[in-house]
Design a protein around this ligand. Structure first.
Ligand SMILES: NC(=O)c1ccc[n+]([C@@H]2O[C@H](COP(=O)([O-])OP(=O)(O)OC[C@H]3O[C@@H](n4cnc5c(N)ncnc54)[C@H](OP(=O)(O)O)[C@@H]3O)[C@@H](O)[C@H]2O)c1
Length: 164
């Protein structure tokens, strides 16, 4: 199963200056629950924005750079096709961004876990438009707004419709 997981602002913004903009612990918890124990697939820029390797997850990085020097244990792929093919045999692999890589993997994902954040942010990285008709909304769960999670948000699961 190949999924993508993303938090998207109301205006489709997902990041600025190669960092995340908002702090939403509920979403970080959701991300951790989903991805722990699985492969996470990311673009070279998102990889470089991580403060450290995320524990208990195998990191796959997409880059066109044939000389890319990755830390031990990190797998390198030079195309979304190659990574999607390798992920096909896994129980679950998660595409975790960023913008270029979400766009490149959209045709290959079966499931999308989209955290919709009800706020407009200024940013320079955007989640791509996608055909809502190609997916069924399987569940929508409202996140709890509190003093640590100040933006209204919901967790939406999209499942790709079977092709006819
Ligand atoms: N809100 C969220 O849930 C979320 C999640 C993740 C990231 N983000 C944000 O997204 C932003 C980063 O996104 P981004 O679009 O700038 O970068 P990105 O998608 O993380 O990485 C882009 C890089 O991936 C490689 N790449 C992309 N397409 C490729 C292809 N078809 N074949 C081979 N390699 C390919 C290239 O690496 P080379 O240049 O090395 O060839 C490219 O420069 C940051 O602001 C980050 O904070 C947000």
């Amino acid at each position: 199963m190949l999924a993508l997981i993303v938090a998207v602002a109301h205006n489709r913004v997902i990041g600025k200056d190669n960092t995340l903009i908002w702090h939403l612990p509920n979403d970080l918890k959701f991300f951790k629950e989903k991805t722990t124990g699985h492969v996470i697939i990311m673009g070279r820029k998102t990889f470089e924005s991580l403060p450290f390797l995320l524990p208990n997850r195998e990191h796959w990085v997409i880059t066109r750079d044939k000389g890319f020097d990755a830390p031990e244990g990190v797998k390198i792929f030079h195309s979304p096709e190659a990574a999607s093919e390798a992920a096909r045999v896994l129980d679950a692999a998660y595409v975790i961004g960023g913008a270029q890589v979400y766009e490149a993997f959209l045709p290959y994902v079966d499931t999308m876990y989209i955290t919709e954040v009800d706020h407009e942010f200024e940013g320079d990285a955007f989640f791509p438009e996608f055909s809502e008709e190609a997916f069924t909304i399987e569940s929508v769960v409202d996140g709890v707004v509190d003093e640590k999670n100040t933006y209204p948000h919901r967790f939406v699961t999209y499942r790709r419709k079977a092709s006819k």
